[in-house]
Design a binder for this molecule. Sequence first.
Ligand SMILES: CC(C)(COP(=O)(O)OP(=O)(O)OC[C@H]1O[C@@H](n2cnc3c(N)ncnc32)[C@H](O)[C@@H]1OP(=O)(O)O)[C@@H](O)C(=O)NCCC(=O)NCCS
Length: 190
Amino acid sequence: MAPFRESIRRIARKMETCEEWIELERDLREPIAVGSAPPGLALRWAEKRDLFAINALEGFVKETDFMAAALDRGDRCLLLEDEDGIQAFAWVTFTDFKLALWYTLSLAPGECYLVYIFVHPYFAGQGVGTYLLGRLMTEMRDLGAIRMISGMYRNWEVSFRLHSKMGFRIRRTLSQCRLLNIFPTPPRAI
Ligand SMILES: CC(C)(COP(=O)(O)OP(=O)(O)OC[C@H]1O[C@@H](n2cnc3c(N)ncnc32)[C@H](O)[C@@H]1OP(=O)(O)O)[C@@H](O)C(=O)NCCC(=O)NCCS
């Protein structure tokens, strides 16, 4: 290779930052251990009136209108609340999900995708995430889903442990890179 082209490539590699995205799957036909309900927290499906509070929990990641449209399309969100409000939620979709500029996760019939699970830090490490995910899995199974897909960056250790504990297995690993931390390059399977 011409030395000039090689040195350009070397500089480009130095400017590139990459993150590993792990895609996991769980066969919902296998037994699901839900565990006991956390004391003081009640479970219910989210409605549109909850979206502002759900969004505020995670610092307004998405427009509330975007989430309302997703609920209209059939997304479901299971939440746990107490007298102070919503303390945890888990959002699931049945439609193809755009994960990055270049990558849309396609869902086969019977598959659903766990878009996000969140537990308020006050309740962290007390089994709330385990219970919520377990209940979401049984609810999805009862609605006819046979597989739940999920995904996370490799360094989201607590989330990875929660998923592993609940029977999720790695389906594939993708590497998402950005040039100069700005321009995403297409994810590639590792
Ligand atoms: C990931 C998250 C939902 C877990 O909720 P949680 O209620 O704390 O989870 P649980 O208490 O049920 O713990 C589940 C498992 O996670 C692991 N875990 C929990 N807290 C941990 C900690 N502080 N350090 C290391 N591992 C931990 C343990 O393996 C635990 O199972 P075990 O107690 O039986 O060993 C929560 O930490 C969260 O909301 N994180 C921020 C949002 C996020 O990253 N969401 C995931 C997107 S994919």
